[in-house]
Design a protein around this ligand. Structure first.
Ligand SMILES: *[C@@H]1O[C@H](CO)[C@@H](O)[C@H](O)[C@H]1NC(C)=O
Length: 240
């Protein structure tokens, strides 16, 4: 761990000295017990998918981006060299997702970057596969209502997940919780153009994760628009 952190802390100091501060900086930290494999759609570029535990990385985002970042869990390559993951899998057999949407359930980190404004949110609209936190480092909300707040989903939905929405791996272990819309396809759980409303299941998911969006069109909390933050710290499995 120490080696990675030191290497990566050195880089921003160099950038600082060079005065290259107009970039939108994301930092990623993996505090989960296992390696994660990052992915994004549209792809955010040269972000290495393979993200071992206890590592920390700094990434310069494009000035304009609108999409989602997620992580895949428990990935492996089988005897015919086919790469797949227990959750968040892209289904293409290789490590790079190349703009493919993940299989569900997956915790989505939604971003809209229009440098210097960054909008950010944690979404459980397609379920949950990992715990996450987005912490802006400084910055103020564009609407003038205050500093840019942290958003997170730091509790597993396992205790509130209806049994028919639980995702298990092939060994029968809990690996995530699906959204009702994705599995049941009932319009009452989906935003189908007639207005998006919370339902009894999305409300249950709000309990453990009040700062995450739990149904399509959920605007509590709002999709925060932040300006002037030094960086956005993204932590997987953050400490409580
Ligand atoms: C590897 O996985 C792929 C996709 O599921 C499958 O088609 C292939 O048969 C697997 N190979 C082996 C050796 O299990």
């Amino acid at each position: 761990m120490a080696k990675n952190v030191l290497l990566n802390l050195f880089l921003p100091m160099l950038l600082l000295c060079a005065g290259v501060l107009s970039d939108v900086t994301f930092t990623f930290e993996n505090m989960c017990s296992d390696t994660l494999w990052r992915a994004s759609n549209p792809s955010i570029g040269d972000l290495e998918p393979d993200f071992p535990r206890d590592t920390y990385e700094i990434f310069n985002m494009d000035d304009h981006y609108s999409g989602s970042i997620w992580v895949r869990t428990k990935c492996s390559t089988n005897a015919s060299n086919y790469f797949s993951c227990e959750t968040g899998d892209c289904g293409n057999g290789i490590m790079e997702c190349a703009g493919i949407n993940p299989s569900y359930p997956v915790t989505l980190l939604n971003f809209q970057v229009n440098n210097p404004v960054v909008s950010y949110g944690v979404s459980l609209v397609h379920g949950q596969n990992v715990l996450v936190r987005i912490q802006p480092n400084g910055g103020t909300l564009v609407d003038g209502s205050g500093p840019c707040p942290m958003v997170d989903c730091n509790k597993e939905l396992s205790s509130v997940c209806p049994p028919n929405l639980i995702k298990e791996n092939k060994d029968g272990q809990y690996v995530g919780c699906n959204s009702a819309c994705d599995v049941l396809k009932d319009p009452k759980y989906c935003c189908n153009g007639h207005g998006c409303q919370p339902d009894e299941i999305s409300l249950k998911y709000k309990g453990p994760c009040p700062l995450a969006h739990t149904y399509p069109g959920d605007d509590k909390p709002p999709f925060y628009q932040c300006k002037g933050a030094d960086s956005y710290a993204i932590t997987f499995c953050p400490p409580l």
